[in-house]
Design a protein around this ligand. Structure first.
Ligand code: PEP
Length: 259
């Protein structure tokens, strides 16, 4: 299976989200083999987009949520609220949230626990900055982020956990990571999960790549067994580009399917 997570960020309103959800579903219509699609609209559009994707090939994801269960946290959205809206996955620890809103590994760990407690799949984002890569500390950074996010969490056999490797320098820059570096980091991510949980969990988790994925480079990621899919920002709100990414995933899935 290959997965495409579409992170629409704060780029679309409610009406645009509904139209984009319809367009996104059209990109998989009539295909023999389709990737798993998770669309992540802004909070305010979740309810309307749920109506569009209900009983479709796509499921609903959120872009963030509170680390708290309930209470006096003005402006926050809890896991319970998302669950009520039919959200099944949630992006956690995106680098924009870490950098712009000061999210810490401790908060992200609490969010991961909240997600599992409410039967949602966490999509935990990790990745180094340019300076950290240049300084040779990319692996250390990713290790700390991931071990931090998974602390005090237990992964049961039925849980799904996505880890998205998203080098910060590749997000929204048009400069995706080299496939060799992606494969190395994905294997490293599995080794951390094996240390934190077990070898079985390392096989169970799904590892995505994110950072300037587009129609031109998507195939090289999908064709690798080590890459379970991609997290797409900019190209997910441009349907012609998103369709090309879906094309690439479908091509790989068709080539892999038994005749
Ligand atoms: C992202 O925001 O997680 C992302 C990968 O964005 P983009 O595809 O635009 O680089």
């Amino acid at each position: 299976m290959k997965t495409i997570v579409a992170n629409w960020k704060m780029n679309v309103g409610v009406r645009e989200s509904v139209a984009l959800a319809r367009g996104t579903l059209l990109t998989v219509r009539g295909r023999k083999m389709i990737p798993e699609l998770i669309v992540c609209p802004p909070f305010v559009a979740l309810g309307e987009v749920k109506k569009v994707v209900a009983r479709s090939a796509a499921s609903l994801g959120a872009q963030n949520m509170s680390s708290e269960d309930s209470g006096a946290f003005t402006g926050e959205i809890s896991a319970r609220m998302l669950q009520e809206l039919g959200v099944s996955s949630v992006i956690l620890g995106h680098s924009e949230r870490r950098a712009l809103f000061g999210e810490t590994d401790e908060q992200i760990a609490k969010k991961v626990q909240q997600a599992f407690a409410h039967q949602m799949t966490p999509i935990v984002c990790v990745g180094e900055s340019t300076e950290e890569r240049d300084a040779g500390t990319a692996r250390e950074v990713v290790r700390n982020q991931l071990a931090g996010a998974l602390s005090n969490t237990r992964l049961r056999g039925s849980d799904t956990l996505f880890v998205a490797y998203e080098p910060i320098w590749a997000i929204g820059t048009g400069r995706s990571a080299e496939i060799g570096d992606v494969l190395e980091m994905h294997a490293f991510i599995r080794s951390i999960v094996s240390e934190v949980f077990s070898d079985a969990s390392a096989k169970q988790i799904r590892v995505l790549y994110g950072g300037s994925v587009n129609g031109d480079n998507a195939y090289q990621f999908f064709r690798e067994e080590e890459v379970d899919g991609v997290l797409v920002g900019g190209a997910s709100v441009k349907l012609n580009q998103f369709r090309e990414i879906v094309d690439a995933a479908a091509e790989v899935l068709e080539a892999q399917s038994p005749i």
